[in-house]
Structure formats: structure tokens, C-alpha cells
Design a protein around this ligand. Structure first.
Ligand code: ATP
Length: 225
């Protein structure tokens, strides 16, 4: 991914394309047009063509895109051909749900280690994932070469844990708390505030009804963060 400079909005759509192309492959479909793809993934076809052009993947007129070629290409970009181990910090309600979910479908990402300060849950195995005490955070992350962490801890402790993660060479953090965390420039943060997302959705429905952008997507939000 590092070599290909692509817009963030495009990068966000890649997993959607990837998932659908896999479905096509399973159904033995050899090729797909941008119009077909557009209907399936709810992204307009001009955007799809532009997205694909960033990778030099140009469809042939009257033929469309070759499914296998595209898939191999995206797989590489999305790093799906190597397994990425991720850590989860905070095995509460949300943490448990994510451990249980564990990105099984169609993905080479998995939570391989979890951490919690609660002694009742530390040193147990939850949904097949070992839970370590916080005292082992740095040691385990370094030993297991884990560079991505999911934060499902209370907001009161999220910054101090973030600092410990940075200290343990973590490169990416998925932050499920509503608090915006401070990290050095070398660390990437993805914020996922479920309450906020839901409230935004309700706000839009209440104020604008169905008059959203094309396909009903809040595209502005997609390109902003
Ligand atoms: P959720 O917010 O996911 O619904 P919850 O309401 O069950 O979870 P929280 O109080 O939000 O519980 O805590 C989430 C988890 O984070 C708990 O399992 C808790 O033990 C853990 N936790 C709390 N403080 C720390 C800390 N300093 N380090 C690591 N884990 C912590």
C-alpha cells in the first residue's frame, strides 16, 4: 500500500470491491463491468473507474475488468495474502464482541492477543484468544510482532494505554473510544465511535430524510477523515 499513493476515500472503498470480487470469483464469473460492480457495491461507476485507474487497472471497452486479475491486485494492496495479527486492549462488552467476531469472513486479519487490567479475565482464553494482563503488554506485542491495536477501554485510561502502545512500536490504532488520542506522526489512528455514527445517522434522517448524496451515502464524511 505504501508505494501506491491513493486518496483516502479510494482506500476506504477497496475492501468493499475486494469482498464483492471474491463473491464473483466464487460464482465462477470471469469478468465484470464497472456498471455491474456499481450496482452491487453502491458506488457510482465513474468513481469505480477513477478508483481503479489509480492502480493502472484499466477495463477494456466492451469487456470490463478481469475478476481474477483485479482480485490478485487488490489482494496485494490490501495485504490480504499475509496474515496480520492484531491486539485488542480492553475485554469489556465491545471488546468481547470483537473477539467473538474476529474478522473471520474473507479476511486475513485476526485478533491474536487481548489484554485487560481486570484480574478476573487476564490469563484466560476468550473466544479462542489469550487474554494477557496489562503488565505483559509491551513484552507480548514486541515478541509477537504485533503492530496494530484495537482500543476498547474506558476513555479515562485510553491516552495512557496509547502511550504504552506507541512505546511498544505499534504503528496503527483503531480507537473505539469517543476520545481523540494523541500519537506521534509515525502512528496512524482510525477512530470508530459507534454512538456518534448512530447519532449522525439519526440526525440526517430527522433533518434531511432521504435527501442524501448519491446512493444515500454520506460521501462527505467518507472523504473527510
Ligand atoms: P464496553 O465499554 O466495551 O461496553 P464495559 O462497559 O464492559 O465495556 P468498560 O468499563 O468500558 O467496561 O471497560 C472495558 C474493558 O476495559 C473492561 O474489561 C476493563 O476491565 C478494561 N480496562 C479498564 N481499565 C483498563 C486499563 N487501564 N487497562 C486495560 N484494560 C482496562
Amino acid at each position: 500500500m505504501a508505494e501506491t499513493k491513493i486518496p483516502r476515500a479510494t482506500a476506504k472503498r477497496l475492501p468493499i470491491y475486494y469482498r464483492y470480487l471474491n463473491i464473483l470469483l466464487d460464482a465462477d464469473k470471469k469478468r465484470v463491468s464497472s456498471t455491474e460492480l456499481s450496482e452491487a457495491v453502491k458506488v457510482d461507476s465513474a468513481t469505480i473507474r477513477r478508483d481503479f485507474s489509480y492502480f493502472g487497472a484499466l477495463g477494456k471497452r466492451g469487456y470490463g475488468y478481469d475478476v481474477e486479475t483485479l482480485l490478485a491486485f487488490f489482494k496485494k494492496i490490501l495485504n490480504q495474502d499475509t496474515l496480520t495479527n492484531v491486539a485488542l486492549i480492553g475485554v469489556g462488552n465491545l471488546g468481547h464482541a470483537l473477539l467473538n467476531f474476529n474478522f473471520h469472513k474473507n479476511s486475513n486479519v485476526r485478533i491474536s492477543a487481548a489484554f485487560d487490567v481486570n484480574e478476573a479475565i487476564a490469563n484466560t482464553v476468550q473466544s479462542g484468544v489469550p487474554v494477557y494482563p496489562m503488565t505483559e503488554l509491551k513484552k507480548q506485542l514486541i515478541e509477537q510482532q504485533i503492530e496494530i491495536a484495537i482500543l476498547t477501554v474506558p476513555t479515562t485510561v485510553v491516552q495512557e494505554i496509547t502511550d504504552d502502545l506507541v512505546d511498544a512500536n505499534v504503528k496503527g490504532i483503531m480507537n473505539f473510544t469517543p476520545l481523540r488520542i494523541s500519537v506521534p506522526e509515525t502512528v496512524r489512528v482510525q477512530n470508530v465511535d459507534l454512538t456518534n455514527e448512530l447519532q449522525t445517522l439519526i440526525y440526517f434522517i430527522e433533518h434531511y430524510g432521504q435527501q442524501l448524496g448519491e446512493n444515500g451515502h454520506d460521501d462527505q464524511n467518507e472523504t473527510q477523515d
